[in-house]
Design a protein around this ligand. Structure first.
Ligand SMILES: Nc1ncnc2c1ncn2[C@@H]1O[C@H](COP(=O)(O)OP(=O)(O)O)[C@@H](O)[C@H]1O
Ligand SMILES: [Mg+2]
Length: 249
């Protein structure tokens, strides 16, 4: 067990609070994600996991503070954060009208760097191999792929800009257990190999155990339990035990 207390912090939330009208969904949540750590956010449906991610990404208003590498994130400086992160959405969210390689290279083609189409395609093919797909897949449309292949392409797209941060919202939703476990393994291999700081939101403990170093279990908008993902099963926390028990983990 490594002590992470001396590691630099990539993302920190201080007293993060999110309300919708009178409903408080996130209640003064304090979270620290050290560099290179895969942090899992777990909890039953409707506990505010996706809302937490939206706050971190600046997609919704919130109260409290969010820091990125020690800098307070505000509307005017979110650019420092955006250029360093990749995101894998629930349901893959590929662009239907673009081929696989155009999906993967989307950010590269549309960035200020102005790389040529042939260069972008070459990078896309390299990334395809990285996520375990054959280069012939590059010319297919997303609708021609299985759910697992779509997730792999979405991961390749998220990796295209060499992010130092990766966010995943329910990365294995809609996949069968075998495909889920191969996607979990792929994510785990890539984030460790490239030392990417990652935040993985999932209601599925097997994803969290396969990918994450640390985990927080959200209860009533706060951290109900936190610890090593491998220790989760041995927790005495009442709701976490009940949650894991109901899933027979
Ligand atoms: N746009 C919205 N407007 C009002 N309430 C919302 C909105 N988005 C989320 N909520 C509330 O926040 C709660 C948490 O949502 P969410 O973060 O999506 O849950 P999950 O943990 O399943 O990802 C929901 O139960 C809902 O009550
Ligand atoms: Mg959600």
């Amino acid at each position: 067990m490594t002590d992470q207390s001396d590691k630099k912090i990539a993302i920190e939330t201080i007293d993060l609070l999110k309300r919708f009208d009178n409903e408080i969904v996130i209640n003064k949540l304090n979270l620290r994600i050290p560099f290179g750590t895969s942090m899992g956010i777990m909890g039953p449906s409707g506990t505010g996991k996706s809302v937490l991610l939206k706050c971190i990404l600046g997609l919704t208003e919130y109260e409290g503070d969010i820091f990125y590498e020690g800098t307070l994130l505000e509307k005017k400086n979110r650019g420092i954060f955006y250029k360093n992160f990749g995101m894998l959405f629930q349901g893959s969210a590929l662009f239907d009208s673009l081929t696989v390689w155009q999906n993967i290279a989307f950010k590269l083609i549309n960035s200020a760097k102005k790389i040529s189409n042939s260069e972008a395609k070459e990078i896309a093919i390299h990334l395809l191999r990285d996520v375990g797909l054959d280069e012939n897949v590059c010319k297919l449309m997303p609708s021609e792929l299985s759910g697992g292949m779509q997730k792999r392409v979405a991961l390749a797209r998220a990796l295209a800009d060499k992010p130092s941060l990766l966010f995943f919202d329910e990365p294995t939703t809609g996949l069968d257990p075998l495909t889920s476990s191969s996607i979990n393994e792929l994510i785990s291999t890539i984030v460790k190999r490239d030392n990417i700081t990652s935040l993985i939101i999932s209601h599925d403990p097997s994803s969290i155990i396969a990918i994450c170093d640390e985990v927080i279990f959200i209860e009533d908008g706060k951290i109900g339990w936190r610890g090593k993902a491998s220790k989760m099963k041995f927790s005495n926390h009442q709701l976490l035990k009940k949650y894991l028990g109901s899933l027979q983990v």
